[in-house]
Design a binder for this molecule. Structure first.
Ligand code: ADP
Ligand code: MG
Length: 211
């Protein structure tokens, strides 16, 4: 049986990769958001942990990735190192559709020197926590000039952790011409304010809770 993902405008290599990963059916958040995000829309998606968010933002950013261009083309901001590591691991699995996609994590609480060395070698995708990503932007060790996708993952949690100012500062370093994808389990005022200020005519996807 053909995979559910086959009706999406995804490269054949990615469809084969998803099949190899055992992804047959889209999760509800993937089914609701991927047609919009793959069409290039900014997106606000209300989705909780374990709903398959990483592929929901990973597939569009990977579909756009130019592997031959060795520059950071997508940035995913996450609240914690644990979540950043999970996202990076999942992105690496999804990136197997292409050869040699370099995914780098930049999180606080890790020594800065190895991160500086890794950045000097270059990366296609960066996953990190807002404070440390901003640190690298301020030092000039991270350049987002070639960025085309910005993801705010678990935005409500990032704001709860006091990252609002850091996120706004990171956003100032991002090119205006980009796709912004925001994922949040809840949609409090602070998250709405971020979306209003930094997103362009975002589509909203909310899944009704059925438990
Ligand atoms: P979230 O970020 O929403 O907590 P993840 O993106 O980490 O969730 O996905 C949770 C788990 O489900 C991961 O192990 C991932 O590999 C798996 N997964 C995601 N989408 C699918 C799918 N369509 N089919 C099968 N497994 C999936
Ligand atoms: Mg996640």
């Amino acid at each position: 049986m053909a995979s559910d993902f086959a009706r999406l405008p995804l490269p054949p290599a990615q469809l084969a990769n998803l099949q190899a990963l055992g992804y047959e059916r889209m999760t509800p958040i993937q089914a609701a958001s991927l047609p919009l995000s793959l069409a290039g829309h900014d997106l606000i998606a209300q989705a909780k942990t374990g709903s398959g968010k990483t592929a929901a933002f990973g597939l569009p950013l990977l579909a756009r990735l130019e592997v031959r261009r060795f520059a950071v083309q997508a940035l995913v901001l996450c609240p914690t190192r644990e979540l950043a590591d999970q996202v990076a691991g999942e992105l690496r699995r999804l990136a197997r559709a292409e050869d040699n996609v370099k995914v780098l994590t930049l999180c606080g609480g890790s020594p800065i020197q190895p991160q500086l060395a890794s950045l000097a070698h270059g990366a296609h995708l960066v996953v990190g926590t807002p404070g440390r990503v901003l640190d690298h932007l301020s030092r000039g060790s991270l350049d987002l000039g070639a960025l085309n996708t910005l993801v705010l993952d678990e935005a409500d949690r990032m704001l709860d952790m006091g990252f609002a100012d850091d996120i706004k500062e990171v956003l100032r370093h991002c090119p205006a011409q980009r796709q912004t994808l925001l994922f949040s389990a809840t949609y409090p005022e602070g998250v709405q304010a971020l979306a209003t200020r930094f997103m362009r005519q975002p589509k909203t996807v909310t899944l009704s809770e059925k438990t």
